[in-house]
Design a protein around this ligand. Structure first.
Ligand code: ARG
Length: 460
């Protein structure tokens, strides 16, 4: 029987299956570097209180650092019978440095320890994910700048609606990601609170200096209530919700790229390096990366619901249920980071097909609203103008012509408010250029949006 750190009151060894069943070390070893950092801060604080001597502290710090190196080198002897990352590291410390190692857990419980580790881990990962969002945004801004004047059909109901610029469309994606970024930064504030000192649930009988420990770990401060500190997983749920919104956005971008790369659209070409072929159909080039990202949104949404359900109805304070927070959280981090990275790597190599987008915008009477607006400027009430243009579109459909191809006399038979200058508003270029207010699709507005975005990206 291996000695358990908690074995004192037990008379029987743990059932072998139960030991493996309740262990988390296989996945929570990912927290090791954060566990070590948290332990060093805790020990430093204990020494300040006189609960450790300077010599003991030096032995603990040296031992933990050596263990960190051992883990990084893949040489750490992980043991399932020591259950989790926390007890593995602590047991190893005592094995390496002796008596001083046994003092590390003074005034601490695995309950505040694990909550601290997960927060340190998530804080680091949020920063990395935010960096990936900015990288993808930079790629979108570059593309928007190059394609500020590229005309494409804009859609509602996936039917041609009005012409827009490709750059404007890229900047729409950029905006979604800016909200995602802001949400993650805000979420980070609630992640960045320190549970340490809450101990098992009630706090510690030692006069722990929690402010000092929080400062050592760059937390904004200690959690205000010990019961809440060990039982709260809101921060993980909130992160999963932020990640779900990122994935929801990426699934929309993916869906558009998948449509746009089809022969029926042909709006963009994806780099070969991001596509795969078919084992049977030699002509195929499949948009695997966007398809997979569209699919991966499902698992992240699932993790959000797993975490919500995990916490639903849980009584205070810590319960072993909480061990189940890790795999969904880790997989959420891996998935959102992987998807952002793939997108950020791919977007600089996406080649828009300007002529295909232009030709497509010419179909579907995309400038009909411009004609109605033209009539309004000539004194026709909008509802009447709508009706007149509707009849012009009908004329075009019946005779297989675009609005710009219908001769002036024919248009004038529908309304004598129409003059020879009407063809300026019927062109795609005229239509997009007319929408030149802030937030509009005109090439000038896109360039202004790009300039604003560059200022923001440079300050973050
Ligand atoms: N492995 C545990 C977890 O992930 C650590 C905390 C265990 N605490 C306890 N009282 N069993 O939640």
């Amino acid at each position: 029987i291996q000695q358990k750190p908690w074995g004192g009151r037990f008379e029987e060894a743990t059932d072998a299956f139960v030991e493996a069943f309740t262990a988390s070390v296989d996945f929570d070893k990912r927290l090791a570097s954060h566990d070590i950092r948290g332990s060093i801060a805790h020990a430093t604080m204990l020494e300040r209180l006189g609960l450790l001597t300077g010599e003991e502290l030096r032995a603990i710090v040296g031992g933990l650092e050596a263990i960190g190196a051992e883990i990084e080198a893949g040489e750490f002897p992980w043991s399932v019978s020591l259950e989790d990352v926390h007890m593995n590291i602590e047991a190893r410390l005592t094995q390496r440095i002796g008596e001083a190692g046994k003092k590390l857990h003074t005034g601490r419980s695995r309950n505040d320890q694990v909550a601290t580790d997960v927060r340190l881990y998530l804080r680091t990962e949020i920063d990395r994910i935010c960096g990936l969002i900015l990288r993808l945004q930079t790629a979108l801004v570059d593309l928007a700048e190059r394609e500020a004047g590229t005309i494409m059909p804009g859609f509602t109901h996936l039917q041609v609606a009005q012409p827009v610029t490709f750059g404007h469309h890229m900047m729409a994606w950029y905006e979604m990601l800016s909200r995602d970024y802001d949400r993650l930064r805000d979420c980070r504030k609630r992640v960045n609170v320190m549970p340490l000192g809450a101990a098992a649930l009630a706090g510690s009988s030692f006069p722990l200096d929690r402010d000092y420990a929080a400062a050592l770990l760059d937390f904004s401060g200690p959690a205000a209530n010990s019961l809440d500190a060990v039982s709260d997983r809101d921060f993980a749920i909130e992160f999963a919700a932020c990640a779900s919104l990122v994935l929801m956005h990426l699934s929309r971008f993916s869906e558009e790229l998948i449509l746009w790369t089809s022969a029926q659209f042909g709006f963009v070409e994806l780099p070969d390096a991001f596509c795969t072929g078919s084992s049977i159909m030699p002509q195929k080039k499949n948009p695997d990366v966007p398809e997979l990202i569209r699919g991966k949104s499902a698992r992240v949404f699932g993790h959000l619901f797993a975490l919500l359900t995990l916490m639903k109805s849980q009584p205070l304070a810590y319960n072993k249920d909480n061990q189940e927070d890790k795999e969904p959280l880790f997989d959420t981090v891996d998935t959102v980071a992987g998807c952002l990275r793939a997108f950020a790597d791919m977007m600089p190599h996406v080649r828009p097909n300007r002529s295909a987008m232009y030709a497509s915008a010419r179909k579907g009477y995309a400038t009909a609203t411009d004609l109605a607006d033209y009539l309004v400027r000539r004194g026709t009430p909008f509802r009447d103008a709508h009706e007149i243009v509707g009849r012009a579109v009908r004329l075009g459909i019946d005779s297989g012509r675009d609005l710009a191809d219908i001769p002036l006399e024919e248009l004038r038979s529908l309304s004598d408010a129409i003059g020879p200058d009407v063809y300026q508003v019927l062109t795609l270029e005229g239509s997009v250029a007319a929408r030149s207010h802030p937030g509009g699709t005109a090439p000038d507005c896109v360039r202004r949006a790009v300039a604003d975005a560059r200022v923001r990206l440079a300050t973050l």
